[in-house]
Design a protein around this ligand. Structure first.
Ligand SMILES: [Zn+2]
Length: 436
């Protein structure tokens, strides 16, 4: 029975490649969120021809939405012969900026040596294409299936997913009874099941000073030096503390099995060239000033064993300590974003189904991992209250966002076969298969 679907997937190899190439050629760069409408329509038109009911859902009033850059998602649903379980494949259609160092056209979709190259090839247009081929092959081989299959292409994952999965979840589209099982084909490698991700806290710290002439800094008070004291305290107190915190979550890579914190940016004193209040082409000299403000954006990634209140208070305690011990030190702290860690249980149906697919297609035990960063699973868990969700898809995670990003064609074919098996197990209620 599976041979039938496998054969159909193999027969669709050139279709899979051209689908991936076509998707890469639509430059859905985010920010600003370019070309979402043509990309959503490309997916929608294809699935409509295969009997899917297709809807376009624009997330008005979400960050970045405008008539120039509409946050348009596509949601496609293929009903089976009668009621039954619903399996959903969710892919984000946005890609990150191109960056430097490419030796091939990032939006050309070059096919070479069994790989498709381009921005988004691995993260995650290859996964989207594989899931479409898997669903189409499954439907052809099992036209009388019960339940429903959904495929969505959603926006803005790279910038938080607020106009994408979060918006659709708030409309009830990622909750029972509309949907039961969700697979997100992010590039986690074809033999791995990604159960969830660590938590995130982004915040901005601002220190304050008093402006004065730079030749007489003693007449002012430097916000940059105050920020220096914050950095010093982070180095001597906070970082050693974070390095001690280890998780039981199977996070990859190894370095992310502990709490981490990145200092994303620092801006103090006068704006740089092209910064606030200066024209882009200004290249004159700065004027001598003592900085009256310094801002630091921190990106703290935390573990399922940590409480978000604790995570924040570690930073607040340092800032309060400086306020009482350092002369004229004052600060403001602004939350930018927070995401709680999430981890689907290993005995959840979708985990069982995909694991069995990996055993059969790839011939080894799946590896269970947790992503160091977050992805749209957070919205499905928190807003949709749906916990039968994982990430599984082709592509090498380390290539995401890099120059000369690619996805392997055989990887896409194999993971499409895994996805088709998962569909079969879930739709036929056979997912409770003993680990082999
Ligand atoms: Zn991604």
């Amino acid at each position: 029975m599976h041979q039938e679907v496998d054969r159909r997937i193999d027969d669709k190899k050139s279709d899979l490649v051209s689908l991936t190439v076509d998707l890469i050629r639509i430059p859905t760069i985010n920010p600003p969120g370019d070309a979402y409408v043509p990309c959503a329509e490309y997916i929608g038109n294809r699935l409509q021809k295969r009997g899917f009911h297709v809807e376009y859902i624009r997330a008005r009033d979400t960050p970045g939405d405008s008539d120039a850059y509409p946050r348009t998602n596509v949601m496609a649903r293929r009903e089976g012969k009668g009621p039954g379980p619903v399996v959903h494949f969710n892919s984000h259609i946005d890609v990150v900026e191109v960056g430097h160092g490419w030796t091939t056209d990032p939006f050309g979709g070059e096919v070479r040596d069994g790989k498709v190259y381009g921005r988004g090839a691995c993260d995650m247009k290859g996964g989207l294409a594989a899931s479409i081929i898997a669903a189409e092959a499954y439907i052809e081989a099992h036209p009388d299936f019960y339940g429903a299959i959904e495929i969505s292409g959603t926006v803005d994952e790279e910038s938080g997913g607020f106009g994408g999965v979060a918006h659709l979840a708030s409309l009830g589209l990622f909750s029972k009874p509309r949907v039961d099982h969700v697979i997100i084909p992010e590039p986690l490698n074809k033999d791995r099941v990604c159960l969830g991700h660590r938590g995130v806290w982004w915040a901005e710290i601002e220190t304050f000073g008093t402006q004065a002439h730079g030749s007489m800094p003693f007449l002012g008070d430097s916000a940059v030096r105050h920020m220096g004291s914050v950095l010093h305290a982070f180095e001597t107190e906070l970082y050693p503390q974070l390095a001690e915190k280890r998780t039981q979550m199977p996070v990859v890579p190894e370095g992310a099995k502990q709490s981490t914190m990145n200092l994303n940016s620092i801006h103090g004193g006068e704006a740089e060239r092209g910064g606030a209040g200066k024209p882009d082409d200004y290249d004159g000299l700065p004027s001598p000033n003592v900085a009256e403000s310094c801002r630091l954006v921190l990106d703290r990634r935390f573990l399922i064993e940590e409480d978000i209140r604790q995570v924040k208070s570690e930073v607040v305690d340092i800032l309060e300590g400086l306020r009482s011990n350092r002369e004229n030190f004052d600060y403001a702290l602004r939350d930018i974003m927070e995401v709680l860690p999430t981890m689907t249980e290993r005995d959840a149906p979708v985990v069982q189904a995909v694991s069995q697919g990996i055993r059969e297609v790839i011939g080894r035990e799946p590896e269970y991992v947790i992503s160091p960063g977050t992805y749209d699973q957070k919205h499905i868990a928190r807003i949709g209250h749906l916990h039968d969700c994982i990430a599984y898809g082709p592509g090498i995670l380390d290539l995401a966002h890099m120059a000369d990003e690619f996805v392997g064609i055989d990887d896409m074919l194999e993971s499409a076969k895994v996805m088709a098996r998962a569909l079969h197990f879930l739709l036929s209620g056979q997912q409770q298969i003993k680990a082999g």
